[in-house]
Design a protein around this ligand. Structure first.
Ligand code: PLP
Length: 468
């Protein structure tokens, strides 16, 4: 969450209340105008409170036009009904809500099978708030596993985690919060994600693991997880270092199993000890649910698991939070049951078709150069063509907002800080029809943009709301 501060002087203005909000007493609302940044002294009628909050939220962007987010913005009404029916259930109360707990267990079992665990019964896994929490848990397991194996040197030795510079911010957080050195493989030329060989070269006896991303938040490309494992196999042969791999499949772990069945990236690779995904991304569930799975108990040290008995029963848990909504887990089970493999394949294929087609048509406009084509994650990044000097990607992002489209523009990390891109994330619900409308709007903007004397965006940080 954004870190907020207390109220400023100018924020002391009370809300303005329409007399109609008073219902039975139309002028009541006018005298009861509540402050915005201080807890009101007196209550409001629920209809007034509802209308005030509702009206303010009208200024939020339209989530379906938000091409910045990976997170699900449309589910079937039946899923919404189930979620409403479960909104009072706390996921942690597993004894009180044993059926919700059972649905979570089934989801873990289904994912173990989907990700080709050689022994699904040995897999341990849990739901989380999202991939960030799942990555924290996976990182903690890697660190503890390493610490146990190096008990003679730790504390003392400083653990490190090797990954591409393109990792999502959750991995920077993990390294910061858990005091692990982040060893980042930089981008190089047209390689916008981790290079297996370079990653292996960064490993040493203090490396707790290597993270492979399926796929990259920056451009939607899959990192070569199998090649990464092969490079680490060779390292082990040379040096004896046995480095485990965690796959951050926040998006791709719910795409590749359906569309890229021949791609070997999961528990089929013995070096992959754990995998996470966001149920709320291509798992097709409203925010927030994620999943973390470990190959076996050996990968998740037992001492990290907490057992609580004060809710009845003896319940093993591995989580950062205690309470969490159960509704999203129920919705995940609903999606699994509703779609099955064929349904997921159909949904993801149509999303990829939209992405590939839209990327190709943007390229055909002539003003843009594609970095990726939407044929891995249904996500693509593009920049302006070398001869375009009148405007830049930040101008495009800003102008697209006029039509309600939210398309982030951002610069790349070391060594490609010179490169600024736009990124389009296609999701279920962003249909060919909507993509046509998007392209129409972009095409309509171009003559105006080409007439600019030079790029107009001064404050590039403020130009886009996107943060990795
Ligand atoms: C590769 C990757 N890992 C982790 C995350 C964090 O996921 P969440 O938003 O579910 O916490 C993201 C989010 O975009 C991501 O793309």
């Amino acid at each position: 969450m954004a870190l907020h501060k207390g109220p400023e002087k100018h924020e002391e203005r009370p809300m303005s209340v329409n007399p109609f909000f008073g219902e039975a007493n139309p002028v009541g609302g006018m005298t009861e105008a509540p402050p915005t940044h201080r807890l009101p002294d007196t209550p409001l009628p629920p209809s007034t409170a509802y209308q005030l909050v509702h009206d303010e939220l009208m200024l939020d962007g339209n989530s379906r036009l938000n091409l910045a987010t990976f997170v699900t913005t449309w589910m079937e009404p039946q899923a919404g009904v189930l979620m409403a029916e479960c909104r009072d259930k706390n996921m942690i109360d597993k004894d009180e809500y044993p059926r919700t707990a059972e649905l979570e267990r089934r989801c873990v079992a289904m994912l173990a099978d989907l990700w080709n665990a050689p022994d699904p019964a040995a897999v341990v896994g849990c739901s989380t708030t999202g991939s960030s929490e799942a990555c924290m848990l996976a990182g903690m397991a890697l660190k503890r596993r390493w610490a146990k194996r190096n008990a003679d040197r730790y504390p003392g030795a400083r653990p490190n985690l090797v990954m591409g510079v393109n990792v999502q911010v959750c991995w920077d957080k993990f390294c910061n919060f858990w005091e692990v050195e982040a060893r980042l493989v930089p981008m190089e030329g047209d390689r916008y994600h981790l290079d297996p060989q370079a990653a292996a070269e960064l490993c040493d006896e203090n490396t707790i693991g290597v993270v492979g991303i399926l796929g990259s938040t920056f451009d939607g490309s899959y990192e070569p997880v199998a090649d990464l494992c092969a490079a680490l196999d060779a390292l082990q042969e040379r040096t004896g270092l046995d480095i485990p791999v965690h796959v951050d499949g926040a998006s791709g772990a719910m795409v590749a199993p359906f569309l890229d069945e021949d791609l070997v990236w999961d528990f089929r690779l013995p070096r992959v000890v754990s995998i996470n995904t966001s149920g709320h991304k291509y798992g097709l569930v409203y925010p927030g649910v994620g999943w973390a799975l470990w190959r076996d108990k050996e990968a998740l040290p037992e001492e990290l698991v907490f057992r609580v008995n004060y809710l009845g029963g003896d319940m093993p848990t591995f989580a950062l939070n205690f309470s969490r909504p159960g509704a999203q887990v129920v919705a995940q089970y609903y999606s699994f049951l509703r779609l099955g493999r064929d349904g997921y394949r159909a949904v993801q294929q149509s999303t990829r078709d939209v992405a590939v087609s839209l990327a190709g048509r943007i390229e055909a406009l002539g003003d843009f150069r594609l970095l990726t084509r939407g044929d891995q994650l249904p996500v693509f990044a593009f920049t302006t063509a070398p001869d375009v000097t009148a405007y830049d990607v930040f101008d495009v992002s800003r102008r697209l907002r006029e039509g309600g489209w939210l398309v982030p523009a951002y610069t790349f990390p070391p060594h490609r800080e010179d490169l600024s891109v736009l990124r389009v994330v296609c999701r279920n619900g962003f249909s060919h029809d909507l993509a046509d409308l998007f392209l129409d709007d972009l095409t309509r903007l171009l003559p105006d943009l080409r007439r600019q004397p030079h790029p107009l965006t001064r404050d590039k940080d403020a130009a886009t709301g996107f943060h990795h």
